[in-house]
Design a protein around this ligand. Sequence first.
Ligand code: URA
Length: 263
Amino acid sequence: MELLEALRLQWEWGADEALLDAPQDRRHALPPPPPAETAPASLPRPAQAPRPAPAMPAGPAEARKLAESCQSLAELEEAMRNFTGCALRDTATQLVFADGAADARLIIVGEAPGGDEDRAGKPFVGPAGLLLDRMLASIGLDRAKVRIINTVPWRPPGNRTPTEAEVALCLPFLHRQIALIAPRGLMALGAVAAKALLPAEGAMGIRRLRGTWREAEIAGLSAPLPCLATYHPAYLLRTPLAKAEAWRDLLTLKAWLESPPTA
Ligand code: URA
């Protein structure tokens, strides 16, 4: 039981991937380091090379500069793959860039990759993704016709919710991908995506935000994009009663997709 509790604690802290083939018991103190070699007092001390300044973590301003310099989706993917400013990259297996059409009329924005997505390098391939596929099929869509991306492109450890700082850091990349595709509209899945895309709606929770078309201001686009928020499929898996409202949101989306564009 004690071992099981220790395992559960690790899992809650996000240590849910095996990194080594053999287990390592870190509960025992490390052996003391070997004594430092002391130079005889008479010898001159070797000149110390100046220490390089510690690398400053990149902030949202640098992420924005980098994202805005990208002129194509391929450039953006490459830039994100090489971006070291987000600590989530260090614990994730790989970047989860996007899935679906590069010229999609609709971009669906999720929260962040989970374990399945982290391994596959593709968004929404786990249980929530299977439900999303069924939701799309129910209104005659499939993932090849839309674009699917996440607010944060690296898996947060233990599938925790990304922090506001992580979302702010990754937001320029999300905006840039949307601007490069320039779709007709957006669908936000869940509170994290809705809050990232609709900051003007402030503290409104997903229950009040969902189901109504709102305007998302996207950097690099001259006009706001219509954005419909709905529940996240992972929430629907846990809360089947909410499926009726999600179904209404899907019908709202379908009617809008079938209506002629206004401009
Ligand atoms: N949940 C998300 O928000 N995104 C994924 O890619 C998978 C699950």
